[in-house]
Write a protein that binds this ligand. Structure first.
Ligand SMILES: Nc1ncnc2c1ncn2[C@@H]1O[C@H](COP(=O)(O)OP(=O)(O)OP(=O)(O)O)[C@@H](O)[C@H]1O
Length: 972
């Protein structure tokens, strides 16, 4: 999965790499990326790195167009031992020895040093500050950057790159940081100035063909895209990690930035890519995976192995072939790894002894990566305006050189002719001439620049957009500004109204009507109007209103139309005069007619005559007059055309005097010519009125410049007030939405509580499984539904959220409410986990009981068998005695004396036999009972196991919903 947020721009593009004079570079590789060496019991890596480890990580490296050698920034992050590892009695195998060294516990002489080593308690924020912040700020200045986490499964890569709500990862921190650096961009993007931009394809590096690209407007928007992507990320449970990433994710932010404001000399645009990568973890053969998991693991390992090979080849120096193409991962990382941008590798490791070998491999990998050298440079592209400026400077220099040469030649000739007497005089003359030439040159340059400016303004006015002049607020400070355009697709997420606005701007509906004189496509215009019923109609109404009230409004706020509104409401309320003209054109059949009619109605006159002009207004008025003159020319052209048609028709009429149709047509054309003449007359009058008004204003301006400045300030403030009011409205809406969301969350929590108690109640009932499952399903779907609705609302409010004057207090309140709700969910989760633990305990107790019972049964059976054997023996012996007795009676009469004794014995034996039989019966009965008990215990065990499985399912679902809620919260 990867996203490219690529601005689109149509311009002459050259990719400019800076000079390569490392000596003058302010970027010091040793300061930023200290060398790393492995001790491995021999060398002393730690020392070099530890010494060179600077606090300057926290500084943004100074960037210019010059290229300096750097190394990959390599850091290592330990995670704490997991509860499972603690339970299993695992020991610490590797540990962070200070800030830069990783040492083996078993063999302290084995140690590795890195740019920085983070212990298990280090926060992700610190990891970001040290390992990522300089890459992000570099990317904001046009230097490509890549940050990736590498490590074995369950070592903490996702925790580091994505994080959670309590501890946001590198990706959300980078996105927020990027937007905080370019916050003015939001205004530009929300009010696109109609630069007709497009995707530029050049040799900037590899990118995924056909990949979905989104133009992002705010951190929340970017993070929502990441979250949406994360939802599609393949995760699976392994015996090391319940939610193990089974695919690599690459989040690519393409940033174009240029200094904002006209004071900037350098017009080149910085272009860079920031890759934020969370790799899937490598798996050792110890992982007890089967089937699909094993296959996935093999693919993951293969790509990571290729990455390792590529890195070791890159550091070999001699290697002719680097196998980038052996895996998709290395292909995508090719431009980053081959040294075209800064790279920060964060290796995540676990200290546990069971992973000691894998951790060692990771450390070795990190050590190799440290040796890769990079030559990060700023990527610059230059647009027409910058090129013109550049050429102007060059021309000036050349002219100066020429002058110097001429001067030199002239001096020599003069010296030759006049000798040395008039030298001083000549020198003086020459100097005077030079000064004159110089000032003339300067005047020429100025005139040229003014002309150029006017041409550009006119071009924009006619061809491009409703672009208003930049607000002075944004002129103060040159800050990077995002350039982009909105395609239909990118706009799809925008609220309807704003989307309409942008489309109208881009389609040129308001201003594009100037483009097609005499070829107005009514049907398509109608179609467009129908297509955009929402904002367009509202917008038109608004503009009509403003046109009607313009004379009053503009009287009081002369420069209102010159400011750049940051909200749609403000946008519409502050339309410049051109907008109003175009708007009226939009609703008319022909632009020229419309303009003429507008003039006749006096709309334009009232707007312009009554304006209290500022210098900028003055320029605009001149532009306006130029436009009107253009209209005049077009009209006269049309009149000439119609006249020739009339002539042709009159010739035809002369040949066919009876043809009525020709007469009708002639009348029609004659009327048209008349109407056009009238329009021309009106336009001429209008131009004259504007000119005289402009002249008056100009005089007024000259007289009271301070008054004009005050008016300008006043208007600025008025505009700001309006924007603030609009923002307040937006915040109110958001508040309402958030309150609704909170209520929904509360409801969810209550329903979850109810479900939980139901689950607990039903736990003992035999029908629990199916019922519980269906309830869980319901709650899951309910949660999903709510989550989706929350997300869609979230998207709708994202544009508003991005506003700088956000009501922090309200947001804090909302956040605390949401945090409470989240805590509630966590508590439930905890409860469920305890429940499942309890159920597990029950199951194991039942197992123990079962074992004890089966042992007892075995014992009893053995006893029983012994008794049966005894009984059988006794039976045999008594039978033998009876037979012997009968024999004796038959043979020896003297034995008869002992008869009573034998009889007693026999009776005794018989009684004993009966007792034994009874005991046997009893044993058998007991055995049967025990068998029954065993059966019952088995059933109970199965039931408990079933219940335990259900519990796990429930816990997993709750965890998932909790994770998505946390993401939501984080986005907020
Ligand atoms: N620095 C840390 N502090 C606290 N807990 C952490 C830390 N690093 C990771 N964990 C925890 O360890 C577990 C595994 O982390 P994680 O899922 O980020 O690993 P992974 O390397 O991305 O794994 P896989 O490659 O399988 O996706 C998670 O429960 C996570 O919360």
């Amino acid at each position: 999965m990867a996203y490219r947020a690529v601005p689109r721009q149509k311009r002459l593009v050259t990719t400019a790499k800076g000079g390569n004079s490392p000596s003058s570079s302010t970027t010091s590789s040793s300061r930023l990326v200290p060398e790393v060496a492995s001790v491995d019991g021999q060398s002393s890596p730690a020392s070099s790195s530890a010494k060179s480890k600077p606090h300057s990580y926290l500084e943004s490296p100074a960037l210019d167009t010059e290229v300096a050698k750097e190394n990959v920034t390599v850091t290592v992050r330990f995670r704490p031992l997991s509860p499972r590892e603690i339970r299993q009695g695992e020991e610490i195998a590797w540990y962070a020895d200070g800030d830069t060294v990783v040492r083996s516990e078993n063999n302290p002489s084995v140690a590795y040093a890195y740019d920085r080593v983070f212990g298990p308690t280090t926060t992700t924020r610190l990891v970001y500050d040290v390992a990522a912040q300089h890459i992000v700020s570099g990317a904001m200045e046009g230097v490509n950057g890549t940050i990736f986490a590498y490590g074995v499964t369950s070592s903490g890569k996702t925790h580091t790159m994505h994080g959670d709500q309590r501890s946001p990862g590198i990706i959300p921190l980078a996105v927020k940081d990027a937007f905080s650096i370019i916050q003015e961009v939001v205004n530009d993007l929300l009010n696109p100035a109609g630069q007709n931009l497009r995707i530029r394809e050049d040799l900037q590096g590899t990118f995924v063909e056909g990949i979905k690209e989104e133009v992002v407007l705010s951190p929340a928007h970017a993070l929502s895209l990441i979250a949406a992507g994360e939802e599609h990320r393949h995760v699976g449970s392994t015996n090391f990690n319940l939610l193990s990433s089974r695919s690599h994710t690459i989040f690519t932010l393409t940033i174009e930035s240029s200094p904002c404001g006209e004071c900037s000399e350098d017009e080149a645009v910085n272009l860079s890519q920031l890759n934020l990568i969370d790799l899937a973890g490598s798996e050792s053969s110890r992982a007890e995976t089967t089937g699909l998991r094993r296959k996935e693991g093999a693919y993951i390992n293969k790509s990571l192995l290729t990455l390792g090979t590529v890195i070791s080849k890159l550091t070999e120096g001699r290697a002719s072939h680097i196998p980038y193409r052996d895996s998709k991962l290395t292909r995508l990382l090719q431009s980053s790894l081959s040294g075209q941008g800064r790279v920060s590798l964060i290796c995540t490791v676990t200290p546990s002894s069971s992973n000691a070998e894998e951790t060692h491999n990771t450390l070795k990998f990190a050590h190799r990566a440290k040796c890769i050298e990079i030559l990060a440079s700023q990527n610059k592209i230059i647009d027409e305006k910058s090129l013109i400026k550049k050429y102007q400077v060059e021309i000036r220099c050349l002219k100066e050189e020429l002058e110097q040469l001429k001067k030199g030649m002239f001096s020599v000739n003069a010296l030759k002719d006049n000798g040395g007497d008039d030298i001083v005089l000549l020198k003086q003359k020459l100097e005077d001439g030079h000064v004159k030439m110089q000032s003339r040159l300067e005047q020429e340059e100025e005139a040229k620049a003014a002309l150029l400016g006017r041409i550009q303004r006119l071009t924009k006015l006619i061809l491009v957009s409703t672009k208003t002049a930049h607000s002075p607020r944004f002129h103060q400070r040159p800050v990077p500004r995002r350039r982009h355009s909105f395609g239909e697709e990118e706009l799809s997420y925008l609220p309807f109204r704003r989307r309409d606005m942008i489309l109208d701007h881009e389609n040129g509906d308001f201003f594009g009507s100037f483009e097609g004189y005499g070829e107005t496509d009514y049907s398509s215009k109608e179609e467009k109007k129908n297509r955009k019923p929402g904002l367009l109609n509202w917008f038109k109404l608004k503009k009509r209103d403003s046109a009607i009230t313009s004379s009053e409004g503009d009287k009081s706020s002369g420069t209102k139309s010159l400011t750049t509104p940051s909200t749609p409401q403000a946008d519409c309320a502050n339309l410049p005069s051109e907008s109003r003209i175009s708007n009226s054109l939009l609703s008319e059949s022909s632009p020229v007619n419309a303009l003429a009619e507008a003039s006749l109605n006096g709309d334009l006159a009232s707007e312009n005559v009554s304006l209290q002009e500022t210098p900028l207004d003055s320029t605009k008025t001149m532009d306006h007059i130029d436009l009107l003159r253009e209209q005049l020319k077009i009209l006269s052209g049309e009149v000439a055309l119609s006249s020739s048609v009339l002539k042709r028709l009159s010739d035809e009429a002369a040949n066919n005097p009876r043809k009525e149709q020709i007469q009708v047509e002639m009348r029609k054309v004659g009327d048209e010519i008349k109407a056009k003449n009238q329009q021309m007359f009106a336009l001429e009058k209008h131009i004259a009125v504007i000119l005289s008004a402009h002249k008056n204003n100009h005089e007024k301006l000259d007289i009271s410049p301070s008054y004009a400045a005050l008016v300008e300030q006043l208007n600025e403030k008025t505009f700001e007030l309006e924007v603030k009011t609009a923002d307040n409205r937006v915040i109110q809406d958001q508040l309402q939405q958030k309150i609704g969301e909170c209520e929904e969350l509360q409801e969810t929590v209550t329903s979850l509580k109810q479900q939980l108690s139901e689950v607990l109640d039903r736990r003992t009932s035999s029908s629990i499984n199916s019922a519980q499952y269906s309830i869980d399903e319901m709650s899951y779907h309910e949660l999903q539904g709510r989550k989706e609705s929350l997300q869609s609302r979230e998207r709708n409010s994202e544009l508003q959220q991005a506003h700088p004057d956000y009501d922090i207090e309200n947001l804090k309140q909302k956040i605390s409410q949401l945090t409470e709700a989240k805590n509630g969910l966590e508590a439930q989760n905890q409860k469920l986990a305890e429940e499942s633990q309890y159920a597990k305990g029950l199951a194991s107790a039942a197992g123990v009981e079962l074992k004890a019972l089966s042992e007892e049964v075995t014992k009893l059976m053995n006893h029983n068998e012994r008794l049966s054997n005894e009984l059988a023996q006794l039976k045999n012996s008594s039978n033998r005695r009876v037979t012997n007795g009968q024999k004796v009676n038959r043979g020896n009469s003297h034995i008869k004396r002992h008869e009573p004794n034998n009889k007693r014995d026999y009776t005794l034996n018989y009684e004993r036999e009966l007792a034994l039989e009874a005991a046997l019966m009893e044993k058998e009965q007991r055995e049967t009972e025990l068998q029954k008990k065993v059966e019952e215990s088995k059933q109970k065990e199965a039931f408990l196991e079933n219940e335990l499985a259900n519990m796990w399912v429930l816990v997993a679902k709750l965890k998932k919903s909790q994770v998505s809620k946390m993401d939501d919260l984080e986005e907020k």
